[in-house]
Design a protein around this ligand. Structure first.
Ligand code: NDP
Length: 449
């Protein structure tokens, strides 16, 4: 069945009219709608019940003032949000981001994406996302604590173990989750699994920290295996040096690949000989404990530092964007292809602009979109929820196997819905459709709600 050429335009024009000034949200919806609109053309039940339109309208958006006092006694004011996009298949679930670039548009894009991603994991989780335009960089632990407590003082009304279960994201790691969980517990007088990514002492799950990065690499491993290839000896570009990037790099090294770049928001390091376990341990300590800049690595081991640049012009076999949205431009995507890159697996959310995605798909290189490739983190968060509900904790080997199986399942689901003539798999189409079908069928069952 073919689609009228203007169907996507008509849909997007309506969405843009209803959501002015939200470019990231428009971009995320357009990427999904481009797969879904052709798919539903011969399925009137989805069209008649306006499922796509309903999914692109969040169930609820909460915005609130967050006041806190800095160490000098000044009163600071930030804005907090929670976007609850869709709870058709389970409680809202999705991270909290603390970064100065946080806007409603960014969180609506992330909550929308999360709905499809969570569905793909096969676990019962709806989609949500939250955050604040607060910058934890350069703040003392006490300032971060006061901010987190103030943020949770409002957020606690809107979340709960069966309602909405937030997790970490950019700028929100174990420290911030601890402060927020402590405040929730104090306000509600309940010890429940209301946040994931918790410390092991208070209900956290083993391997949650590693899960997103590992999962991104497992996705690539499955794509390579399908075409009779593997990681051994492959030159890999990684961007970012936070949670996702660190464990993506670790898994690449374990599988025999060579990681030649990592980055932060100031620039990237190029290590032609490869980042080994020792160098990676230094980077992890630098970013997580010293909270320093990646440039400092030049004093520790041989590498070049490229201020204000991204790594995508370095020749490679495989690339793993693990920093933030829109970090691969159309030109950079074309440079990757031209320089021989054969596969991309997106650890970050929406790291590639639409023009870049189009280039990857047109060139038929392996391309795993974020909603499939980085779903390992939320999958283990889903397992943390189950452990909290049952008041148990699974052992590491069981969890490692569950993560591996979930990623394999996501890969296979993408192949089922994304296989095209000639053996090419459009993983973007596969992920979008596989994620959509489960949520859409649940929505149909509920009627018009
Ligand atoms: P972290 O805060 O741990 O690390 C983020 C990294 O990206 C840092 O190296 C940071 O540099 C860099 N970065 C942040 N913003 C920018 C920017 N505007 N330009 C360039 N570099 C930037 O976050 P995570 O590793 O948790 O998240 C990374 C990505 O993965 C995000 O897109 C997130 O949504 C996604 N993701 C994370 C999951 C998780 O489990 N953590 C799950 C699924 C997706 P600097 O040190 O200078 O700040």
């Amino acid at each position: 069945m073919t689609v009228a050429a203007d169907d996507l335009d008509t849909f997007m024009n309506g969405l843009k009219r209803r959501n002015p000034g939200e470019p990231e949200f428009h971009q995320a919806v357009q990427e999904v709608a481009g797969s879904i609109i052709p798919f539903i053309q011969d399925k009137p039940k989805y069209i008649k019940m306006r499922i796509l339109e309903r999914l692109a309208e969040p169930d609820r958006v909460v915005a609130f003032r967050v006041c806190w006092e800095d160490d000098e006694g000044n009163i600071r004011v930030n804005r907090g949000y929670r976007v609850q996009n869709c709870n058709a298949i389970g409680p809202y679930k999705g991270g909290i981001r603390f970064h100065p670039s946080v806007t409603l548009s960014v969180l609506k894009f992330l909550a929308f994406e999360q709905t499809f991603k969570n569905s793909l994991t096969g676990l019962p989780m709806g989609g949500g996302k939250g955050g604040a335009d607060f910058n934890p960089k350069g703040k003392s632990d006490n300032e971060v604590m006061r901010f987190c407590q103030s943020f949770m003082t409002e957020l606690h009304r809107h979340i709960g173990p069966d309602t909405d279960v937030p997790a970490g994201d950019i700028g929100v790691g174990a420290r911030e989750i601890g402060y927020m969980f402590g405040q929730y517990k104090r306000l509600e007088n309940q010890f429940t699994g209301v946040l994931t990514g918790k410390g092991m002492e208070f209900g956290g799950s083993l391997i949650r920290t590693e899960a997103t990065g590992y999962g991104t690499i497992y996705m690539m491993q499955d794509m390579l295996t399908r075409v009779g290839d593997g990681f051994e000896g492959k030159t890999c570009l990684v961007s970012g040096s936070g949670n996702v990037a660190q464990y993506a790099a670790e898994k690449i090294i374990q599988l025999g690949g060579k990681v030649v770049t990592m980055s932060d928001s100031s620039g990237f390091i190029h290590v032609p000989g490869g980042i080994d376990e020792e160098k990676l341990a230094y980077i992890i300590d630098l970013k997580n404990v010293k909270r320093g800049r990646l440039e400092e690595a030049t004093k520790q081991f041989e590498c070049t530092y490229h201020a204000g640049e991204r790594p995508w012009n370095v020749p490679c076999d495989l690339a793993f964007p693990c920093a933030t949205q829109n970090e691969i431009s159309g030109a950079e995507a074309k440079a990757l292809i031209k320089n021989g890159c054969m596969g991309i697996s997106e650890g970050a959310n929406m790291p590639t602009v639409q023009e870049g995605i189009d280039a990857f798909i047109e060139s038929k290189i392996l391309f795993a979109p974020s909603k499939a490739a980085n779903a390992g983190g939320v999958a283990v968060s889903g397992l943390e929820m189950s452990q909290n509900s049952a008041r148990i904790s699974w052992k590491e080997p069981e969890l490692q196997q569950l993560l591996r199986d979930i990623m394999q399942g996501i890969h296979d689901n993408c192949v089922e819905y994304g296989a095209e003539q000639g053996g090419y798999v459009n993983y973007l189409k596969g992920a979008n459709i596989a994620g959509f079908v489960k949520v859409a069928d649940a929505m149909l069952a509920y009627g018009v709600v």
